[in-house]
Design a protein around this ligand. Sequence first.
Ligand SMILES: Cc1cc2nc3c(=O)[nH]c(=O)nc-3n(C[C@H](O)[C@H](O)[C@H](O)COP(=O)(O)OP(=O)(O)OC[C@H]3O[C@@H](n4cnc5c(N)ncnc54)[C@H](O)[C@@H]3O)c2cc1C
Length: 454
Amino acid sequence: MRILGRRRAESYRFAGLRPAADMYERGPFAVKPAHSQRAEQGNVMAIDFEIPPEAKEVRERVRKWVQSECIPAEKELDSKPLPDVLGPLRKKARAQGLWCPFVPEEYGGMGLGPLANALVQMELGESSLGALSMNTQGPDDASMMTILTHGNGYQKDKFLKPLLNGDKRICFSMTEKASGADATGMQTRAVKDGKGNYVLNGEKWFSSSASVANMALVMAKTNPEAPRHRQFSTFIVELPNPGYTIKRNVHNMAIEGEHDDVLKGGHSEIVLKDLVVPEANLLGGEGNGFNMGQHRLAYGRLRHGMHNVAKAQRALDMAVAHVTKRSTFGQLLADRQAVQFMLAECATQLYIGRLMLLHIAYKAEKGLDLTQENSIAKVYLAHMVHHVIDTAIQLHGALGFSLDTPLAKWYTQVRSQRLVDGPDEVHRWKVGRNVIKAYKQYGSTALAAGGDLL
Ligand SMILES: Cc1cc2nc3c(=O)[nH]c(=O)nc-3n(C[C@H](O)[C@H](O)[C@H](O)COP(=O)(O)OP(=O)(O)OC[C@H]3O[C@@H](n4cnc5c(N)ncnc54)[C@H](O)[C@@H]3O)c2cc1C
């Protein structure tokens, strides 16, 4: 896929472009219409949906990797402990150069830009071992990106290196029982002790993977007097730590796989009691925690969306495999128009979802503002994957409801997509406000509704 201006397309190389690390959240919505930003870059846009050969090649390699190595390895988890499966898999992936896709080459990654990374992630999501095998699993990936973008030399050396090397894992502790959708309601306090440390007290909840993490990014209020979005800072906390206690992994509606406790860890409730953090572990400076958190979540939302496309694709394939074999009332299900309509709706939604992600990748490649599209896609893709899996369950009948296929498990897991990284309503609220803002500013809502595509 190449939706680049002709001149730029000639010199386009996805690898070695500006690293993805700083590309996913760009300033306030529509400071300028996207077309005028492009005009300033002297770039005449042509839409060409051919994927650049380099991106195609890497996508093919990852597709083959997932299909021939990761999906078969999932079965090995039934008889072997995770390290015995993941260890050799990671070694093999890395030897083939399949490692940390969006991380710049000088840091040991593949240096893929947003488009190539999107294509790769849309493959990796097909297997529970896909992203893990290439050390690009959530929630770690977005935190790696944060340290990459905002960390100083010491922090990159001490904390980022082992993460990029696959030796350590990291979780993200922002949400509290006191505040979720409105993160500015966080109550956890960080106060300097005068001895070169901050001391944190408070609580966190739904910190994914905390139970398998060796460090955490923890957000806390450092200055209650500052403007609302400048009150918070982010700290790198090494785990285990007596001041950071996992009270429990919260039981939830998702049916997890047998090995998810080691693959992903739970969603933990955390008590922060007199947690001592050296000042050297303050990331990105005091008061920048909220903005860094939004930057991090922006990539997390996209990665979730990319993996949702992969999962929905697998579910649709399963649905078709089933209806092309199953007959009722003397006719193959696949030959019934009602069934074909159901498949058509899934195909339509998958198509829209893919286009959204590719358009966002294009905007990220060009450094254009993509906050509006990110929110639209986040909500859409969460519903899309839910709908496609639901349809696949319906077409499988009781078999779909059973745990004999992964569909029922996926159905319970993807429900969280409408909540994580900001619930539907908060994104729609933002999108709706931007629609009004665009109309007031430019006399048309088009710019807030993908209008710059045309
Ligand atoms: C599976 C899972 C994993 C998670 N992982 C992490 C993690 O690793 N780290 C982390 O810090 N957090 C994590 N979270 C927390 C997640 O980010 C929050 O759950 C989310 O932001 C919503 O916050 P809340 O649950 O407190 O809901 P609340 O803020 O209490 O909101 C409840 C509901 O109110 C409605 N609502 C809220 N605001 C508005 C509004 N302005 N307009 C209209 N309706 C509104 C929405 O329907 C919303 O779902 C995770 C959550 C889940 C479910």
